[in-house]
Design a protein around this ligand. Structure first.
Ligand code: ARG
Length: 470
């Protein structure tokens, strides 16, 4: 059909379907943030109550009007809690939705609430409060994961497994040591959230549209009422800054990345050739066609969700890049990625906490695997250095010859007869066998932060103290 035919068929051809009303319908839909920013209702009510209390205290509105507005806000909050936030696109966002309902409940006095503020400082304040709570939730989730990790690490401080580099058997390690590696990652993640929280804890409220206000407001009062350390210093920055959301997402992305690595370990360990773990039934699924299968779906989804969380960070960075001062409507798109990332992060933290707490570690299989792959070859080299005063490079060479011989016979290093070892290097004697067991290997690595069971027990004890578990 030609273009001319289209134009003849009237406005409906161009503005068809749900946009039949034309540009006004498009505007209503593209402008509306209420479908997602209604999640901010608690913060919106809290910030409005702090604002109106300050307006009353400063004599900007009468004490009586301030009290009426504050009580009205409580009623709106009670309605939201009982029946949810109504979604009327004409009211655009949570700020206008609340103000409109307030006016229905208390009449024109509701119009005094918006004195000396703008939706620009309002949304900046509400969202900061929301993200601050999200930091606290992430911290609690990470603390729970850490508690599960130290508990299992304590149980397995001396359980031996192969340690890998390049996913090739490298040296024996203890399972407790391996688990405590993830405790350390979680510790750094918590410090990143704590950092982000401390940095964001300044109140933008009172920055108004962009330039501040001519009313004699008290920004210190509203800041302290909302639990902020104080007011922000520059009104232009305050209404256009979303660093706090990016800081949160950076910490969330880093955490998700760590969780995906832990998830991947469980996926590998649960595979039949490894068989290091039996995953909890509650966090696995069966196959609809292969009855023998138990799939690590929860771990795979944690691995997958990391991609979405990292994507949320990328999304907001791209939204913010190149925006001039001060507020631009692009910034309304700040919320969906943060909400999505926060929801996924909570779920992933819970899934991995459950996985760590409930998995059965098959320590017999782990120990047997640690015996394979000449994992104690380094111990032979170290023994030659210590007992025979051979330079490490030469010891490495001698050990290589021993491994080659053992390999050609299909036996472990400690199954080579002493004669054969002495044929490789005469300085080897029977004491070497004590060094070649996997137990001796891990016990020897007692340097600070090493895998020796005693070191692991020390780190677990310190961690339990730090977590308040002792
Ligand atoms: N819904 C808006 C947002 O989330 C609130 C701020 C609107 N400000 C404005 N000047 N239109 O960003």
């Amino acid at each position: 059909m030609s273009e001319r035919d289209d134009s003849k068929s009237g406005s409906n051809a161009m503005w068809g379907g749900r946009f039949a009303e034309g540009p006004s319908a498009i505007m209503r839909e593209i402008n509306a943030s209420i479908p997602f920013d209604k999640a901010l209702w608690r913060q919106d009510i809290a910030a409005s109550k702090a604002h109106v209390a300050m307006l009353g205290a400063q004599g900007i509105v009468s004490a009586e009007d301030a009290a009426t507005i504050s009580a009205g806000l409580d009623s709106v909050a009670a309605e939201y809690a009982a029946t949810g936030v109504p979604e009327n696109w004409d009211l655009e966002d949570i700020h206008m939705t609340t103000e409109s309902r307030l006016a229905e409940l208390i009449g024109p006095v509701a119009g005094r609430l918006h004195t000396a503020r703008s939706r620009n400082d309002q949304v900046a304040t509400d969202f900061r409060l929301w993200v601050r709570d999200a930091c606290d939730a992430a911290d609690a989730g990470l603390a729970a994961l850490q508690a599960a990790l130290v508990t299992r690490a304590g149980e397995h401080a001396a359980s031996i497994m192969p340690g890998f580099t390049h996913l090739q058997t490298a040296q024996p390690v203890t399972l407790g040591h391996h688990l405590m590696a993830y405790y350390e990652m979680a510790r750094r993640d918590r410090s990143r959230f704590a950092d982000a929280r401390a940095r964001m804890n300044q109140s933008p409220l009172g920055s108004a549209a962009l330039a501040g206000t001519g009313f004699p407001i008290d920004r210190h009062a509203t800041a302290s009422a909302l639990g902020f350390d104080g007011p922000t210093a520059n009104s232009l920055d305050s209404v256009s800054d979303r660093d706090f959301a990016l800081d949160y997402l950076m910490a969330a992305a880093q955490t998700a990345l760590h969780l995906s690595r832990l998830a991947e370990e469980f996926i590998i360990w649960a595979s039949q050739p490894f068989g290091f773990v039996r995953l909890p039934d509650s966090l696995s699924t069966g196959s609809s066609i292969m009855p023998q299968k138990k799939n690590p779906d929860a771990a795979e989804l944690v691995r997958g969700h990391a991609g979405r969380i990292i994507g949320s960070l990328t999304s907001l960075m791209i939204t913010m890049k190149g925006l001039p001062l001060a507020y631009s409507k692009d910034m309304q798109d700040d919320k969906p990625p943060v909400f999505e990332a926060a929801g996924l992060l909570t779920l992933c933290l819970a899934a991995m906490t459950g996985m760590v707490a409930e998995t059965t570690f098959r320590t017999d299989r782990m120990r047997a695997a640690a015996e394979l792959g000449y994992a104690t070859a380094t111990d032979l080299a170290d023994w030659l250095v210590r007992q025979a005063n051979i330079p490490f490079r030469e010891a490495h060479h001698i050990t290589g010859a021993a491994v080659k011989l053992a390999e050609s016979r299909g036996v472990a290093l400690d199954q080579l007869p002493l004669d054969d070892l002495q044929a490789i290097d005469a300085r080897i004697d029977e004491r070497v066998y004590a060094a070649l067991s996997v137990e001796a290997s891990v016990a020897a690595r007692a340097s600070h932060g090493g895998t020796a069971p005693d070191q692991v027990r020390l780190r677990v004890a310190e961690a339990r103290m730090a977590l308040g578990l002792e």
